[in-house]
Write a protein that binds this ligand. Structure first.
Ligand code: GAL
Length: 642
């Protein structure tokens, strides 16, 4: 499959007379796709029932005439003022009980049935009008579910919906009381109508109450999205996509992915390094203009798995895009430096090497007005080229010359679970315990070893492709995965904090993990402040989290104090959160046992193998040597695999 580039465009921001020239310049730069429409509701329907699609007809025609393929977004992330006036209680409500006001975006509550119907209606109108339009070649539902912390809403609509959801899940208040342990602190209910949302309590709400609300809220995102996919599919055969975000675990992306043809995500490497990743100041300085060398890759692999959910695909072959690629400084991070020259190209190639079909830059021209006026585009506000335009054009030219880069089957897998992320947010037990952070730590060690990784859904029932499987931080190991692990012929490293809870976030009896073939129990867990660690025998240490293990499984590694640190055989339990070097040593030790070649890549140099090529990316701010080649800062190198 030929990889393609695209760009996000807002025809409603520019005079119509400019559209044709914009379209011609996009095509000239080698772009294939143009995403439009996702915030334009007030121009599609300025007043209730007054439809003004004529400009959109002309915009699509103009873009299409230039040879571009349109991704048409549904505009439901920005309900205009009249929609809010019609449904005043549709606003999301924060945990303090305050409505989230009109005047930016994403102000709706996912639970509000009236808004869900408005969203169905506008989606249906778009689908009916453009479902057979030859230029509309893909759809985007809404925009960045969860952005601006909008999945959890403590509204009346959410309270009503939650009570219904609880009644369906538990059937009787008694069953709910038992499942949650509500006898503790006299929290028992006689009727589902007595149950409130888990906010505004005196001290922490009961953890299963929080977890149930997280599950409920995630289900609302899935249901909201499905309304749109149902409407679009009635009128169109074009693939349907949503643009997910980086480091967002607020809803089950796999579950949304099951209703979509292609997953995509919005990659802002420099913005993320500024405020979403726990690294030292020295590291932030070194990668200030490049982003974290492993963060993009992690999300590429994660969303490839999400893109495999609709069936017939595997975590290695899932369909995914970058819908928004950072081109220059963004406006929203605490600090917003410009990328190093070359990064807008490097990020695109890295995505392609991980299997992306399309990389689409955000946005075409920097807007001189409104909230994002400081956000760069491929063009400056005065329409002169911004630096990323030439880089995008270079990638477009390179795509033409480079042979096919099909995805390879990875031999290493990492299980990632959204429910566990919610569980540990509800019950962190240690401030630094975070599901993303833990999974990303394992991922970084694998990347440093030069390994290509598949990320797996927690219900994965077949591990047959893999030699090594990592399953850190899984609240419960699902039955299919438990069975797959028991049959697994490779080596699996489970833990820390895996299978140590029931699905209701209680401690299982017998104590977990309860995986056939692994006679280990976690009998006590400790969390540690950043100033403390637990040294291991022979070097290395645990940070943040350490568990005390019992059982008859062989002890493979001990702490300096002689306690088990890793136990097991083929299936192994890891009793703590190793620091980066310790984790790397564990990973390379496992590779040696499994017969997988492992490297020790210098910081900033990262590789990814496709079916035919090895790609090497230099995230470092200085040149680095690779196999006799010097790769400049922000450089990309590829070589055919033997
Ligand atoms: C994304 C969003 C875009 C734009 C962009 C700015 O989160 O989808 O609409 O706001 O960020 O970086």
């Amino acid at each position: 499959m030929k990889r393609t580039l695209g760009v996000c465009y807002y025809p409603e921001h520019w005079p119509e007379a400019q559209w044709a020239e914009d379209a011609a310049r996009m095509a000239e730069a080698g772009l294939t796709w143009v995403r439009i429409g996702e915030f334009a509701w007030s121009r599609m329907e300025p007043r209730p029932g007054v439809l003004t699609f004529d400009w959109l007809d002309r915009a699509i025609a103009t873009l299409g005439a230039a040879g571009l393929r349109v991704v048409l977004g549904t505009p439901t992330a920005t309900p205009p003022k009249w929609v809010v006036e019609k449904h005043p209680d549709m606003l999301a409500v924060d945990a303090q009980g305050r409505p989230r006001g009109f005047g930016s975006r994403r102000h709706y509550c996912f639970s509000h049935q009236g808004y869900r119907e408005e969203s169905r209606r506008i989606t249906r109108l778009l689908a009916e009008r453009y479902g057979r339009n030859p230029h509309v070649a893909a759809w985007q539902t809404d925009n960045e579910y969860a952005c601006h912390d909008t999945v959890l809403s403590y509204s009346d609509a959410a309270r009503r919906g939650f009570r219904d959801w609880l009644a369906q899940r538990y059937q009787s208040p008694d069953a709910l009381n038992r499942a949650w342990g509500n006898v503790f602190w006299s929290m028992e209910y006689d009727d589902f109508s007595q149950i409130d949302l888990p906010n505004l309590t005196v001290t922490e709400p009961n953890h299963p109450h929080i977890l149930a609300f997280r599950r409920y809220s995630s289900d609302q995102v899935v249901a909201f999205n499905r309304v749109q996919t149902d409407e679009i599919r009635k009128c169109s055969d074009a693939p349907i996509i949503h643009n997910y975000m980086g480091r967002v675990t607020d809803f089950d992306h796999y579950a949304v992915g099951a209703d979509l043809d292609i997953a995509s995500w919005d990659s802002y490497p420099i913005g993320f390094l500024s405020d979403r990743i726990e690294v030292s100041d020295a590291f932030k300085l070194r990668f200030l203009r490049q982003g974290h060398p492993d963060n993009q890759a992690f999300h590429h692999d994660l969303y490839r798995a999400v893109g495999a959910m609709r069936g017939g695909l595997t975590p290695s072959t899932g369909r995914w895009w970058i819908m928004e690629q950072q081109p220059g400084p963004v406006n929203w991070a605490p600090f917003n430096p410009a990328p190093l020259p070359g990064m807008a190209r490097l990020w695109a190639w890295e995505a392609f090497a991980h299997g992306a079909e399309t990389v689409s830059y955000f946005r075409w021209r920097q807007a001189p007005f409104a909230q994002e006026q400081m956000h760069a585009g491929l063009l400056r506000p005065d329409s002169a080229p911004a630096p990323a335009l030439a880089e995008a054009a270079q990638v477009a030219a390179e795509i033409e010359t480079l042979p096919e880069v099909g995805t390879a089957q990875a031999r290493v897998a990492l299980v990632f679970d959204y429910v566990s992320a919610w569980a540990w947010e509800a019950q962190p037990q240690g401030r630094d315990f975070d599901m993303f952070r833990l999974a990303f730590a394992v991922y970084r060690a694998l990347r440093r070893a030069g390994l290509s990784v598949d990320i797996l859904h927690p219900d994965t029932a077949d591990l047959g492709h893999y030699a090594l499987v990592f399953a850190p931080g899984l609240m419960t190991v699902s039955d299919p995965l438990r069975a797959a692990l028991s049959r697994f012929g490779g080596i699996a490293l489970i833990g820390p904090r895996s299978d140590t809870k029931t699905a209701e976030l209680s401690i299982p009896l017998p104590l977990g993990p309860n995986i056939p073939g692994l006679d280990v129990s976690v009998v006590l867990a400790e969390s540690l402040p950043p100033i403390a660690d637990v040294p291991l025998e022979g070097g290395g240490r645990f940070l943040h989290w350490v568990e005390h293990l019992e059982g008859s499984a062989p002890v493979l590694r001990r702490t300096a104090a002689g306690e088990p640190a890793i136990m097991g055989d083929r299936l192994r339990y890891l009793a703590g959160w190793p620091d980066d070097d310790t984790l790397f040593a564990i990973v390379t030790g496992l590779c040696a046992e499994a017969g997988l070649p492992a490297l020790d890549l210098p910081e900033g140099l990262r590789i990814r193998d496709t079916a035919t090529h090895r790609f090497v990316f230099n995230y470092a701010p200085e040149p680095q040597a690779w196999n006799g080649v010097t790769i400049p800062a922000a450089g990309v190198h590829w070589e055919a695999l033997a």
